[in-house]
Design a protein around this ligand. Structure first.
Ligand SMILES: C[S@@+](CC[C@H](N)C(=O)[O-])C[C@H]1O[C@@H](n2cnc3c(N)ncnc32)[C@H](O)[C@@H]1O
Length: 238
């Protein structure tokens, strides 16, 4: 399955699991059956359309480009920071977030804030999926976009979460084109990421893709093969 025409068709990496992040997201919807789904970064709605009937979906994007409405979804046309600052954000969702997909601005400090704010609206058994955590190379993971496939430096979110929130379980699944990290063990009362925001930035801002490779990418990002066995074990451990 490759519903996004802008995503290149890459050969499947694992025959016993999802090949792309779309396939993995679809499987998360199928397995978790979330009552409430939050998506940061909607674009044309390809990932938003993976939610199943019966799920209340909220998509946040300052410039959504939906050709047709997504059934069951409410689009909030604003930035994620503005959405989370709204006093009625929880009411817009209608309940705690069961499944979230963070795929907005591909700069790591923004994605980190998106995760931190999402966690406040989540619960212990929620799953937060973060796109673009397995960078391909230095060019596609640069902070400035020059390529079609662009992960930005979102991978630093995984490093930050593993360092500063050891209570969370964070793993990066190797799906095309640029990986999907899964976060479980959410604690809506934990404020560490927001309180340490500036210090965490200072710690990781200067890291480059070369630094990641030198430090041991797969260990640092807790990379796991995207097999159904691995995925089901991660989901069961909530
Ligand atoms: C890669 S696209 C999302 C693709 C979509 N999730 C999919 O897989 O089909 C990223 C989107 O994030 C949006 N975006 C940019 N800055 C944002 C922000 N601060 N808050 C929320 N969304 C943002 C962009 O407008 C763009 O539509």
């Amino acid at each position: 399955m490759n519903p996004d025409p802008t995503t290149p068709s890459l050969p499947p990496r694992h025959h016993s699991g999802p090949a792309t992040y779309y396939e993995l997201l679809a499987a998360l919807h199928e397995r978790l059956r979330p009552a409430v789904y939050l998506e940061i970064g909607v674009h044309e709605g390809h990932s938003l359309r993976l939610a199943r009937p019966g799920t209340t979906s909220v998509g946040v994007d300052p410039e959504p480009r939906l050709a047709t409405p997504v059934p069951g979804a409410r689009i909030v046309a604003t930035t994620s920071d503005d959405f989370f600052a709204r006093p009625d954000a929880a009411a817009v969702l209608g309940g705690p977030v069961d499944l979230a997909f963070v795929d907005g601005l591909h700069l790591w400090e923004q994605a980190l804030r998106d995760v931190a704010h999402t966690e406040r609206l989540a619960h212990r058994a929620s799953v937060i999926a973060i796109h673009d955590c397995l960078p391909i190379d230095a060019v596609t993971s640069a902070r400035e976009r020059t390529t079609l496939v662009w992960s930005g430096d979102v991978w630093k979110v995984v490093v930050a979460l593993r360092r500063h929130r050891p209570d969370l379980r964070v793993h990066t699944l190797d799906v095309a084109p640029t990986g999907l990290a899964l976060v479980t063990g959410c604690d809506p009362d934990n404020r560490v990421l927001l309180e340490r925001h500036d210090a965490i930035r200072a710690e990781l801002d200067d890291w480059t893709h070369d630094d990641l490779l030198a430090a041991g990418r797969d260990e640092l990002l807790a990379v796991r093969p995207a097999t159904w066995d691995v995925i089901d074990a991660l989901l069961a451990d909530r």
